[in-house]
Design a protein around this ligand. Structure first.
Ligand code: 5GP
Ligand code: ZN
Length: 118
């Protein structure tokens, strides 16, 4: 399902109305480079369907989460950082410091990432 929210920035990227450096797209998800990278590799994997975030996922949306994991797997192998590892993380709401209310996972790689996050 392709998103229909007109004023959502990630919906507009999914529809190709706003340019992005897309690295992967299928029926369920779209992945593109983050505009303000926090690591040498910083890719956003977003649902093609508009969902507000992890809290907006309903039972019928569960396959989308699997597709996000598969996309991360494929991108990591394709871009050559699977062996070194990566982080796949989604922020939700105020305490999660979510800034865009459209479901997305950050795929971060290319350096040893600190834990726990700040
Ligand atoms: P959040 O803070 O919601 O977890 O993550 C939102 C991410 O979207 C941020 O890392 C931010 O840099 C990225 N972002 C915001 N607007 C755009 C945009 O127009 N294009 C791209 N490629 N990334 C964006
Ligand atoms: Zn959206």
């Amino acid at each position: 399902m392709i998103s229909t929210m007109t004023d959502c920035i990630f919906c507009r990227i999914v529809r190709g109305e706003i340019p992005s450096q897309t690295v992967y797209q299928n029926e369920w998800v779209t992945a593109f480079h983050d505009i303000a990278p926090k690591a040498p590799v910083h890719i956003l994997i977003v649902s093609n369907k508009h969902l507000s975030g992890p809290l907006g996922v309903e039972e019928t949306d569960a396959p989308i989460i699997g597709e996000i994991a598969l996309a991360a797997n494929r991108i990591a192998r394709q871009l050559g950082f699977a062996a070194n590892g990566f982080r796949l993380v989604a922020n939700e709401g105020h305490d999660g410091s979510q800034s865009v209310a459209h479901l997305h996972f950050h795929l971060l790689a290319g350096r040893r990432l600190g834990w726990p996050p700040g």
